[in-house]
Design a protein around this ligand. Structure first.
Ligand SMILES: Cc1ncc(COP(=O)(O)O)c(C=O)c1O
Length: 289
């Protein structure tokens, strides 16, 4: 069955789904996106993702391409037309639209909306098997990383460097030697004295929806979070490290730059948070926003 994408009001086979060569997403990276996880018909943190899309659009002064209340229906139609019943991902892309190439915002222009869906391997059950390795490198991105823009060149280069080093991700180090996040995920540590830490929100990191959902799950686990940046050195000395994203969920990091994190095994807090987030994905509404 050919995959179906929504493009500006039409549901099309992927091979026919196209935007103009003058689209500002293509010309300038002038657009934003969202990625939402689907688990057996249920969208994980959908409201948070749509709220962040609204914020990203607002920050770039791109109007909503369709009514905000209409988008969930389009997403569901794309899922249904692609017969996605198990684990999947929805990609929503909005650009400022297509117009004669000029840097200024064009006057009368309609935003471009593309919605795509694809299947994902089964949700991870075994936290030890889900553990991974990362490398570290410089954060070369622009100054507004809080906007989920389609400008992902520095992220692409970082992920490629990670892949070539046999790792999954790159932890990005800012000019002060502090970790911001990873190329496509937020990064957390349990530091040397046992405190769970992740960088505070600001222009330096993407406000992850998984980060926010997980933060809401800490109280029942009696775990306190310090939203405080950590240095590269603190990362390398951490007791536990894990990353979060809509596609990685809670993913343990047991190796950094080829060296083991602590004893090289998944730690207790990571294990508990992996379990809590798994319950959340599988519909434990006590954790819903
Ligand atoms: C740079 C960056 N940070 C963090 C995240 C995690 O965000 P979320 O949990 O909303 O997927 C992503 C997700 O793609 C990302 O690209």
């Amino acid at each position: 069955m050919s995959r179906i994408a929504y493009v500006n009001g039409r549901y099309l086979p992927l091979a026919e789904a196209a935007v103009s060569a003058e689209d500002r997403g293509f010309q300038f990276g002038d657009g934003v996106y969202e990625v939402v996880h689907l688990h057996r018909g249920r969208f994980t943190d959908e409201d948070r993702h749509l709220a962040r899309l609204d914020r990203s659009l607002g920050e770039l002064r791109i109007p909503w391409p369709i009514g905000r209340a209409v988008l969930p229906g389009v997403i569901r139609e794309v899922v249904s037309r692609n017969r996605l019943r198990a684990n999947g991902l929805i990609y929503i892309q909005v650009t400022r639209g297509a117009a004669r190439r000029e840097h200024y915002f064009p006057a009368a222009i309609s935003p471009t909306l593309v919605v795509m869906a694809r299947a994902l391997p089964a949700y991870p059950k075994d936290v030890d098997a889900w553990a991974t390795g990362i490398i570290t490198g410089p954060d070369q991105r622009w100054a507004r990383r809080d906007i989920k823009s389609v400008n992902l060149l520095a992220n692409v280069l970082a992920k490629q460097a990670a892949k070539e080093a046999g790792a999954f991700e790159m932890a990005l180090v800012d000019g002060d030697g502090m970790i911001t996040e990873c190329a496509s995920s937020n990064l957390w540590i349990v530091d040397e004295v046992g405190v769970l830490r992740t960088r505070a929100l600001g222009h330096e990191i993407l406000p992850g929806c998984t980060r926010a959902a997980l933060a809401d799950m800490l109280a029942p686990e009696r775990i306190t979070l310090a939203e405080r940046a950590f240095s590269l050195d603190e990362l390398l000395r951490a007791r536990e490290v894990f990353l979060t994203s809509a596609t990685s969920f809670v993913r343990p990091v047991i190796k950094i730059n080829g060296a083991a994190v602590a004893d090289g095994k998944v730690g207790d807090i990571t294990r508990r948070l992996f379990a809590a987030f798994s319950r959340h994905v599988q519909g434990d509404l006590s954790n819903a926003a």
